[in-house]
Design a protein around this ligand. Structure first.
Ligand SMILES: *Cc1c(COP(=O)(O)O)cnc(C)c1O
Length: 423
């Protein structure tokens, strides 16, 4: 007893472990996490691992080069140089000017800044109308709902059964008061790709004052994100979806676009986003963007081949499996099946036991049992939507992984059906 007590005291007086050789090893052995057998991560739409090169680029800014870019001295200017370099790199990759990039804390903040910033500025001009699609990510959709509650007029644009927005409906909805249209480039649940160029053309024809924002968070890895070619005024990205770190993102804001800041504070980011910049995160994100862009086409082809093999294999081996969304206008790394008579959450958990990590609906809403609003917008009946499974492939996915899923999934679906209460 006395020995124990003294050892606790001793532990408390230990200095906190700050890396290097492990001085606290004698008192607190490292926790061992053993992953048994297979580990097949197929949830790249939820998040991606940080690229090794991006990680290495970040490291100095997490240690020696810790300066605040707003400081005048050399330590600050070192950080400022890294920030400027990352901004130039990101701008090149989006084909815009460096001053048009505002770094944020992620996709959620970028969407908030786009919607709240534009609508907040438009309020003074009495242009109080916002249009969003019904299948936006919650970061944009919930923001639109909040704006509606605070007095803005919001229209929710329907999609067809493949998840493509109804462009005829959009044409009808745009009017004199429409300040902003926000449409997700590629959907996070079903991977449906919207015809962004066509949409931007239509918007400008109908009302040259109306701004166009797209959430390109899922699109950047595989699709053209040249803002000039797309014809967008604002575009959101998140670092963690493109093999960069979490907690960093960016918003492209076309020069001359009026965006009122959402948070008040210092004059960071051209006065559009107060708060000391996340230098390691920003450096890592810009590096990750560069690496993605270098291999975009090659990697897209590779993943599309693997993904199609998986789709065909599932169709051939499991009855009552329905691919939701579009087959052709779809991200090359995404598949989303609804299995009749199965509960999606149970499916995800059973697959996890076998080492396969996927998701049902979007990761953000998967804590709730209600079926996905995205699948509902496609007109998929609730009972079927409950059995949805999203698998998203990425950089570490191999042909072996796909074979393993095709070996395991049919058994798992069959077993769940045999014990399920759903029809
Ligand atoms: C993940 C995601 C977001 C949110 O990004 P965070 O970095 O989590 O804030 C926004 N939009 C889409 C389409 C996403 O996939």
């Amino acid at each position: 007893m006395s020995w124990r007590r003294s050892s606790v005291v001793e532990r408390r007086t230990h200095k906190p472990y700050v890396g290097g050789s492990n001085p606290s090893a004698a008192t607190s052995p490292p926790i061992k996490v053993r992953i048994m057998g297979k580990s097949v991560y197929l949830d790249y739409a939820a998040t991606t691992p940080v690229d090794r090169e991006a990680y290495k680029a970040m490291c100095p800014y997490l240690s020696d080069k810790f300066g605040n870019p707003s400081s005048v001295h050399r330590r600050g200017q070192e950080a400022k140089k890294a920030l400027d370099g990352a901004r130039i790199k990101a701008a090149e990759l989006l084909n815009c000017k460096p001053e048009e990039i505002v770094f944020t804390s992620g996709g959620t903040e970028s969407d908030n800044l786009a919607l709240r910033g534009v609508m907040g500025g438009a309020r003074k001009t009495k242009r109080n109308h916002l249009i969003v699609s019904k299948i936006e990510h919650p970061a944009a959709l919930k923001t639109a709902e909040a704006l509606e509650k605070s007095g803005f007029e919001v229209d929710y644009l329907p999609v067809d059964k493949e998840g493509i927005i109804r462009i005829d409906e959009l044409e009808k909805l745009i009017r004199k008061e429409t300040a902003l249209v926000s449409i997700i480039y590629a959907n996070n649940e079903i991977g449906t790709i919207q015809p962004i160029k066509e949409i931007s053309k239509l918007i400008k024809e109908k009302n040259s004052e109306t701004l166009f924002h797209t959430d390109a968070t899922q699109a950047f890895n595989y699709l053209d994100c040249n803002v000039e070619r797309l014809g967008v005024d604002l575009l959101s990205l998140s670092g963690q979806k493109l093999y960069g770190p979490k907690g960093v993102g960016l918003l492209y804001i076309k020069q001359g676009t009026k965006v009122t800041p959402v948070q008040t504070g210092g004059e960071h980011e051209m006065g559009k986003r107060a708060g000391t910049e996340n230098i390691p995160g920003i450096v890592g994100m810009a590096k990750a963007m560069e690496l993605v862009a270098e291999k975009r086409e090659e990697e897209s082809r590779r993943l599309q081949e693997l993904r199609n093999k998986l789709i065909e294999g599932i169709r051939a081996s499991i009855k009552g499996a329905f691919l939701s969304g579009s087959f052709t206008n779809r991200l090359c790394n995404n598949l989303n099946f609804c299995f009749s008579g199965v509960e999606g959450e149970a499916l995800v958990m059973s697959l996890d036991v076998k080492g396969i990590m996927g998701s049902s609906g979007s990761a953000c809403s998967s804590a709730k049992l209600e079926p996905s609003y995205v699948l509902a917008a496609l007109g998929i009946p609730q009972e079927l939507a409950q059995g949805s499974l999203r698998l998203t492939l990425g950089r570490n996915t191999t042909a072996e992984d796909i074979d393993y899923v095709l070996e395991v999934l049919p058994e798992v679906v069959e077993r769940l059906r045999s014990i399920s209460a759903i029809g």
